[in-house]
Write a protein that binds this ligand. Structure first.
Ligand code: URA
Length: 450
């Protein structure tokens, strides 16, 4: 059977077909995906194939085939034997700086009666990763056994863990090749890459946060729109109702960037929501309400919004977060006593404004990269990171500052790092006499497929 499959097509002929603008059929795409897993396609051939797709694109049928075969290249989770009494729903973000939403969203949605088996990534490049944030919590096991993962989802309602080698292995190899061959930016391949992993989690519904702006990989609205529509269409076509929100990434989300500092902000948010940053609060509640509505727990958006707000304000979401952390090996009293568990850096110092005026713009990518240069993020997936490094109390666009007012608080280990970070942050935050805010949520879209 294997020999028959390997003789079916020649890799170079399929690459040539795509290079010349041809449409690959389902069987040809199945062959390419099996070649990602069994190495019948070399790295060079997969790189060439990815470049051909970048140049010639993929139609909707090709995207559905690529997504489906990459999803089926590994384990596809099945929750049916657990007899859960609510829908299984997840959210995925295309990545940003300070994007800590998942840590609050999963427990909020779980507190409303849905189940959230969230499989998240580590940070790469200038964007942060949900897993890295959670791994600042001592003992938190982001790669638990399948049994513990399922038990946590069943008993708590949510579990945020990392991708295992068994989940969409074709994408794991293909993505790492795309990453080093300048072939990430293809709507078809992005759709298949994201959805193969998400659909392998066995979801009933999905909400996507597609970020756009100077801190996002979709830097233009046009690209974000294209990615969002493609994801909504392919996922819905694959039987998972999906809604996409296109949201702003022209400023840090919330007031912190890093890992432990973001966990602290999340705990403050869950335990004291009236003091939460208004953009972070609005986006989290909006995504949560969309998850509750699309998964059928509430008929309309307004009642879903009331439900998620109550889950947060009552403290039930905070409780869920605490239960998830302790079920996955973290401290039982993290919510009550975060300072006991999240070790501070030896230097915690303000970075101050050099002129008075309104905060009018942020170079979010540069802020993310400044974190990477201090090892709060990584450039290669194998890099170790320092969870304690970060920025807190970052100003927001529209805020007025006087000379000497704080722009942010740096959490670093050495005075040289403080000097470097102060320069980078001052250069990345523009202070002017006027300012104009960006919308937080530009658009909400669903599949156009009938
Ligand atoms: N995130 C993914 O998982 N895959 C892509 O191709 C782009 C972003």
């Amino acid at each position: 059977m294997e020999i028959e499959n390997s003789l079916k097509y020649l890799p170079q002929e399929l690459i040539r077909k795509k290079r010349d603008g041809g449409i690959l059929n389902d069987s040809e795409i199945a062959f390419i995906v099996s070649g990602m897993c069994d190495n019948t396609f070399t790295d060079a051939q997969l790189g060439a194939f990815a470049m051909a797709v970048i140049l010639k694109g993929m139609n909707m049928d090709e995207r559905v085939s690529l997504t489906t075969h990459m999803k089926n290249s590994g384990e596809v989770l099945d929750w049916s034997d657990l007899n859960l009494n609510g829908p299984i729903v997840d959210k995925h973000s295309t990545g940003g700086v300070g994007d800590k939403v998942s840590l609050m969203l999963a427990p909020i949605v779980a507190a409303c009666g849905a189940y959230v088996p969230m499989i998240s990534g580590r940070g790469l490049g200038h964007t942060g990763g949900t897993l890295d944030k959670l791994e600042s919590i001592p003992g938190y096991n982001a790669v638990p056994s399948g049994t513990l993962f399922r038990e946590t989802v069943k008993n708590v309602g949510c579990a945020i863990i990392g991708q295992t080698k068994q989940l969409a292995p074709a994408d794991q190899r293909f993505y790492s090749i795309r990453d080093v061959t300048a072939t990430i930016e293809s709507v078809g391949m992005i759709t298949a890459s994201i959805l193969s992993k998400k659909l392998a989690a066995g979801l009933d519904a999905l909400v996507m946060d597609v970020k756009t702006g100077n801190g996002a990989f979709c830097s233009t609205h046009e690209m974000a729109n294209e990615v969002a529509q493609s994801i909504a269409d392919v996922a819905t076509g694959a039987g998972v109702p999906t809604r996409c929100l296109i949201t702003d990434m022209n400023q840090v989300l919330g007031h912190s960037v890093g890992n432990a500092v973001e966990v602290v902000e999340c705990i403050d948010f869950l335990t004291n929501p009236t003091q939460a940053d208004s953009r972070l609060l609005k986006l989290t509640l909006d995504l949560a309400a969309n998850m509750i509505q699309i998964s059928g727990l509430e008929k309309d958006y307004d009642s879903a919004y009331v439900k998620v707000k109550e889950a947060l304000n009552s403290g039930r979401a905070a409780e869920k977060f605490g239960q998830m952390v302790s079920a996955l090996g973290g401290p039982v009293d993290l919510i009550e006593n975060p300072a006991k568990h999240l070790t501070p850096t030896p230097i915690i110092k303000e970075i101050t404004a050099k002129r008075a005026g309104y905060i009018s713009a942020m170079d979010v990518r540069e802020i993310g990269l400044s974190m990477v240069s201090l090892k709060a993020g990584r450039t290669k997936s194998t890099d170790d990171i320092d969870h304690s490094i970060g920025l807190s109390k970052i100003v927001q666009i529209g805020q007025f500052v006087n000379i000497g007012d704080p722009l942010a608080i740096a959490h670093v280990k050495r005075s040289n790092d403080l000097t470097m970070l102060s320069h980078k942050i001052s250069d990345s935050i523009t202070i002017s006499d006027n300012w104009k805010d960006n919308d937080l949520i530009y658009k909400v879209l669903s599949s156009t497929l009938k």
